[in-house]
Design a protein around this ligand. Structure first.
Ligand SMILES: Nc1ncnc2c1ncn2[C@@H]1O[C@H](COP(=O)(O)OP(=O)(O)OP(=O)(O)O)[C@@H](O)[C@H]1O
Ligand SMILES: Nc1ncnc2c1ncn2[C@@H]1O[C@H](COP(=O)(O)OP(=O)(O)OP(=O)(O)O)[C@@H](O)[C@H]1O
Lengths: 229, 229
């Protein structure tokens, strides 16, 4: 079972720790603020109040065996740096730290962080790609303009078979999976997931409200979006 | 051409505005801090210094025609709320606002924000799924345990054809695309992308360093990760 240590339980750290625990990992969560520790203690394996800039306090937690430790301290860059340094000294094999600026990123890399992340910047890029592809629910950029997208089936696809749409020949687009939902039971409820067909055949019919997982060139995928304009 | 207004150019807002502009959209960027405006003016269509809590200043910018306006102000929740209110009053059809807490999210929804995002929380969830699936480079959760993953080909796949691996029959895993990179030219340089095969055939051979795009059940995909343990 993978084991992680999360240091600093602000919005980012708390979300990280609770999702890791929900995904089946063993999670040790730390924060200098007792209330932050109280808030999370029922959702993780172990939660401890400590000052991560105190090397002896960290050493006492037997962290050398974790698969990764993630430092999620933002406001005080000194605390962020010291925590990162101590974790590497203790022998944690993978330390991931959070940076607010490129300068902070360089310093953290220099002092031994194995990975540095910038949550705000990455989310800015992610929201941009959602806004640029209005139909797309999820996007994985593959390479030079190629992407995988999870898109709502355009309105005029309903009732047609994949072979009738001829997406592969006409537009080089491959439909690799279809997600189907039943309409929600009552107004405002979220749709109930029905099925995932991850081996669609040429004769598979597309229904209204289907979600298609497609691979193709972004310009062609964007044109799909115009279908349902 | 899609048109967006980005209000507040902190780490998140600046990243959003520059990625939207790079993706081909028309972008109007606003901030109360002249330096933030100076920093971005060469990368967007138009950048203006103004206080977004001043309704008359916003009205003068002809924002009613944008496809969406995104409010990226964090520290001052009052400014975040006022900007959101003014944008809806001006007639912007889609206003997206950023919340730091669930209470802020509820208030923003009540006063008319069309969408509310929490970048820190979403990034915490995203990093958690990356840590739980060490081989995976990108993950799109499809449904009930089904996912699409972009994974590094396990070491013992190299030199084998897809039909030899028999992933579909044995594990219900479908390889839908293969990304291939040439080795980097020099130490430390990033690998050069060579090709994307988005219609792999049963006889396609997998090479070392290939990246596979696979669809299947998460438990089976996780086992793939153990291959290259
Ligand atoms: N020396 C320290 N030891 C342990 N925890 C600390 C230390 N310094 C700060 N923290 C904790 O780290 C958490 C996050 O820190 P901070 O608020 O500085 O970052 P942030 O970037 O604003 O967070 P987020 O964006 O995730 O909400 C807080 O809960 C804080 O109590
Ligand atoms: N009333 C306002 N009008 C226009 N811009 C504003 C206003 N108030 C704040 N801003 C700008 O919004 C930007 C981001 O705000 P702030 O620093 O409060 O948020 P943040 O959540 O810390 O940002 P990030 O996490 O994206 O760095 C800053 O550049 C700030 O100058």
């Amino acid at each position: 079972m993978p084991r992680f240590a999360v240091i600093g339980l602000g919005r980012f750290g708390k979300s990280l720790a609770t999702h890791l625990a929900a995904g089946g990992a063993e999670v040790m969560a730390f924060d200098a603020d007792r209330r932050a520790v109280e808030n999370i203690k029922d959702e993780v394996t172990m939660a401890v109040t400590l000052d991560a800039t105190d090397e002896h306090a960290l050493e006492a937690q037997n962290l050398e065996k974790v698969d990764a430790a993630i430092v999620c301290i933002g406001e005080s860059f000194e605390a962020n740096q010291l925590a990162t340094l101590h974790l590497k000294n203790i022998g944690v094999k993978r330390v991931i730290a959070k940076a607010k600026t490129t300068t902070q990123r360089h310093i953290l890399q220099r002092i031994g962080a194995d990975e540095v992340i910038s949550p705000e910047e990455e989310m800015g890029a992610k929201l941009a790609s959602h806004l640029l592809h209005p139909l797309a629910l999820e996007i994985i950029p593959l390479a030079e303009g190629f992407s995988i997208m999870e898109i709502r089936a355009p309105a005029d696809f309903a009732g047609k078979a994949l072979q009738d749409l001829n997406l592969r020949q006409r537009r080089g687009i491959n439909v690799v999976a279809i997600k189907r939902h039943y309409p929600p039971e009552s107004e405002g409820a979220s749709p109930i997931l029905a099925s995932v067909d991850n081996l669609p055949s040429p004769t598979t019919l597309i229904e209204e409200h289907d979600i298609l997982i497609v691979i193709g060139h972004e310009d062609e995928l964007r044109k799909l979006g115009e279908y349902s304009g």
